[in-house]
Design a protein around this ligand. Structure first.
Ligand SMILES: Nc1ncnc2c1ncn2[C@@H]1O[C@H](COP(=O)(O)OP(=O)(O)O)[C@@H](O)[C@H]1O
Ligand SMILES: [Mg+2]
Length: 108
């Protein structure tokens, strides 16, 4: 894999999480190996993604921030797909938001 690109994805997700917890909170990062894939979960304690945005967060230029580019999630998903992996929104609500990135394990 392209280590720099995967680091970029993790950084994008962490910055988003930090930005939704301006008065503090925790960002939990868990990993598992399941069904031949390596999964990393990032769960924050922010206010969640507004329901009307949830379906569209991977679209380019969709941002809920003044000065946001709305490109972080778009590019991150593209990078994961280019690695035969994925980036998915697992859940989001008033208790926070969980994203999962996944990569296939190299069994060769
Ligand atoms: N962890 C999160 N919690 C709540 N909302 C989020 C989170 N991550 C992303 N979002 C929402 O999705 C939008 C798009 O994110 P992103 O593509 O990274 O663009 P940007 O950060 O430039 O706005 C954000 O503006 C925000 O509204
Ligand atoms: Mg962002």
């Amino acid at each position: 894999m392209d280590k720099g690109q995967i680091q970029q994805v993790l950084l994008n997700l962490m910055l988003n999480a930090i930005e939704v917890m301006p008065s503090g909170g925790e960002l939990f990062i868990d990993s598992e190996i399941k069904d031949g894939r390596a999964n990393i979960y990032l769960r924050d304690q922010g206010t969640g993604i507004p329901e009307d945005l949830r379906e569209r967060i991977f679209e380019s230029f969709l941002t809920g921030k003044t000065g946001g580019t709305g490109l972080g999630l778009t590019i991150s998903k593209r990078i994961m797909r280019a690695h035969d992996g994925d980036l998915e929104l697992i859940e989001s609500g008033p208790q926070g938001t969980t994203f999962r990135i996944s990569l296939p394990l190299n069994t060769g």
